[in-house]
Write a protein that binds this ligand. Structure first.
Ligand SMILES: Cc1cc2nc3c(=O)[nH]c(=O)nc-3n(C[C@H](O)[C@H](O)[C@H](O)COP(=O)(O)OP(=O)(O)OC[C@H]3O[C@@H](n4cnc5c(N)ncnc54)[C@H](O)[C@@H]3O)c2cc1C
Length: 469
């Protein structure tokens, strides 16, 4: 396979344009936008960018990459938080899926939607709401994240405490593998057994095995009614207790999102720990559920600051939580000015382990002398510790960051949890999954994954250097 080293960016772009016309962009200023994602990971300048409009475009771009010794990364909105969509290899071609954003079908009886991968999660849900339906995977980045990106990252979101994360909510996929083959996997039916479950190999594979060109998504009806509260607490321990207490009272909460005191303050919320907890209910049972929920909050030492009796009001009250990312950056800017970076972790522990895990986590931050922000989803055991770090930190400080990241991973594993709940592995969590499999005495699992990669992408053309340590 010819390497592109001797070929200029211009000649590659013009070769690509001959195949894909004006869907190719080669302006350096635009390419720069595709050299990173929302994580702290930095990447290289891609050689070119293609806006795919069909499965044929995807296959043509892949064929061009294979023939010219290029690498190919499919991207949605590049909101990933672990370096998942950052080009690290020289000679990378970016394949943007943004223009493949059609809803192909919504079935009000089967409760499925067939979509192209570039549609944004919110846009899909606005349309589904007109049919009384929802795709209940709701990343806090739902305004920009694409369905294809969520599928490829195996993402979750704010409704995870009841609905779990995306793998359950995808029932079929069309993918183009690294050999150019088109696979149609999964079923439209509720139940499906068709040999090995290849569908779930592609979900969460971060574009390293194949490119999703169409998805059939499972849907849920919009709730008949919804109740929720916004509560504040003086301490993180109390907030965690209220979530545990709700479970003890058999309240199956749909949303349980939180912010620590510093991030709350940075977002204008008066310096307390904040929790948004709410759930779908049958019409008529609103007051009973609200009183159970309020009891769980107040018995844990919290105060109710607002009550919502429908999902729209609740989601409006929860807007500050969706701004966790920028709130964290604001705290960082106040500390380190524009040198600040926030490295978002993504661990999860069983809910029964949350009280001990959170206490140890906060102590770890203090022991290492590194500011740790805390926020995210808590009712599904998922925590996003945000390490405030400096871009130009001296070497010994960087070593401390790295060591803290490892300790946080160890903590999650020790409590029976995982080092990556929903953001995926990308570049930044490769060391952590290595640790996870090592500690489970299961390194053969990583070898099996390398074999899977060789089957679907034998030329290592798709998003190389990601996921596999
Ligand atoms: C403010 C903020 C809040 C967030 N909140 C959440 C949250 O609550 N829950 C959560 O899970 N994540 C969250 N994230 C992370 C991120 O938004 C999700 O991982 C999201 O799924 C990424 O979607 P995207 O379209 O930006 O994908 P991208 O970042 O563009 O891509 C993600 C990965 O998928 C691959 N990919 C993209 N499209 C395709 C395709 N069609 N076929 C194959 N591979 C493809 C890419 O190569 C990459 O590996 C948050 C991020 C931010 C910035």
């Amino acid at each position: 396979m010819p390497a592109s080293a001797s070929r200029s960016r211009e000649s590659l772009a013009s070769g690509l344009s001959r195949v894909l016309g004006d869907k190719v962009v080669s302006e350096v200023q635009i390419l720069k936008l595709y050299s990173r994602d929302a994580s702290t990971e930095s990447g290289v300048l891609p050689v070119s960018l293609v806006f795919a409009e069909s499965v044929e475009d995807v296959r043509a771009a892949l064929r061009f990459a294979l023939d010219n010794g290029l690498k190919l990364i499919a991207v949605g909105s590049s909101t990933s938080l672990a370096g998942n969509s950052v080009p690290k290899a020289e000679d990378t071609l970016i394949l943007s899926m943004e223009r493949m954003s059609k809803i192909l079908e919504i079935s009000e009886i089967d409760w499925v939607a067939r979509v192209q991968p570039g549609i944004r999660v919110d846009e899909l849900n606005y349309e589904l709401a007109r049919h009384g339906l929802q795709w209940p995977v709701d990343p806090a980045s739902s305004k920009s994240a694409t369905v294809g990106g969520v599928i490829a990252d195996g993402g979750g979101g704010t409704k995870g405490a009841k609905y779990g994360s995306s793998p359950y909510w995808i029932s079929a996929l069309e993918v183009v593998t690294g050999t150019g083959d088109v696979l149609r996997l999964g079923c439209r039916t509720v139940k499906c057994r068709e040999g090995y479950d290849l569908l779930h190999l592609f979900i969460g594979s971060e574009g390293t095995l194949g490119i999703v060109t169409e998805a059939t998504l499972r849907l849920a009806p919009l709730p008949e009614a919804f109740v929720g509260v916004m509560a504040e607490f003086d301490g993180m321990g109390q907030l965690v207790s209220s979530v545990v207490e709700a479970r003890r009272r058999r309240l199956w909460l749909m949303v349980t999102e939180f912010l620590d005191s510093e991030t709350s303050e940075a977002l204008g919320l008066k310096g307390k720990y904040h929790l948004w907890a709410g759930t779908d209910v049958n019409a008529g049972s609103e007051e009973g559920v609200l009183s159970k929920l309020s009891g769980a909050v107040t018995d844990a030492g919290g105060r109710i600051v607002a009550v919502a009796r429908n999902m729209a009001d609740f989601m409006t009250a929860m807007a500050p939580r969706r701004a966790l990312y920028s709130g964290g950056l604001n705290v960082g800017f106040n500390m380190y000015g524009t040198d600040a970076l926030v490295f978002w972790e993504d661990i999860a522990v069983p809910i029964s382990e949350l009280p001990a895990a959170v206490e140890e986590l906060l102590k770890l931050g203090k022991d290492f002398g590194i500011k740790l922000l805390l926020g995210g989803h808590i009712g599904d055991g998922n925590l996003h510790p945000g390490l405030l770090v400096r871009r130009n930190a001296p070497e010994d400080e960087v070593k401390r960051y790295m060591s803290l990241i490892e300790k946080i991973g160890e903590l999650a594993i020790r409590h029976g949890g995982t080092v990556s709940a929903e953001h995926g592995i990308g570049v930044q969590k490769k060391g952590l999954i290595s640790m996870k499999y090592r500690s489970a005495g299961s390194e053969a699992a990583l070898e099996a994954m390398r074999s899977v990669k060789r089957i679907f992408d034998p030329h290592n053309v798709l998003n190389p250097g990601k996921v596999l340590p």
